[in-house]
Design a protein around this ligand. Structure first.
Ligand SMILES: [Zn+2]
Length: 134
């Protein structure tokens, strides 16, 4: 991928993670979309099923890590993100839109670029979610 077309924040994300991949990019988009819905807070908790590339995006965008206890890995195999803003007492559950895969171009770089440009509400399905810490 031609790096000069990448937004600065994505370049930072890539450096933080070590490479650019679907996992980290989806995690990034999930965090951004969640913030749009429930707002940003120091008291944000995130739960994901899989401990994978997306977790690096969560620590990069929201500062939630396993170490500080704000990122919880629940175990499982689905690409699901649960975000909870304790300040606003508002949470959202994001799952990847099942139709997305078939819309993506075959070329990996093209597909990454498309994910980068698509709005969160096209990539994810969002539903309200209650406190994940209880
Ligand atoms: Zn990765």
């Amino acid at each position: 991928m031609d790096l000069k077309y990448l937004p600065e924040e994505i370049t930072g994300l890539m450096e933080h993670h070590g490479h650019l991949c679907f996992g980290v990019l989806l995690g990034y988009k999930a965090c951004k979309y969640a913030v749009e819905i429930i707002g940003e807070s120091d008291k944000m908790t995130v739960a994901v099923e899989k401990d994978n590339c997306g977790c690096d995006a969560v620590s990069f965008v929201l500062g939630c890590t396993k170490e500080n206890g704000k990122l919880i890995i629940t175990g499982g195999n689905k690409e699901v993100w649960l975000f909870y803003n304790q300040e606003e007492e508002e949470g959202v559950k994001l799952t990847v839109n099942p139709g997305l895969q078939s819309q993506l171009p075959q070329d990996k770089d093209q597909a990454l670029k498309m994910i980068m440009e698509l709005p969160g509400n096209i990539i994810f399905m969002a539903e309200p979610y209650i406190d994940i810490t209880e």
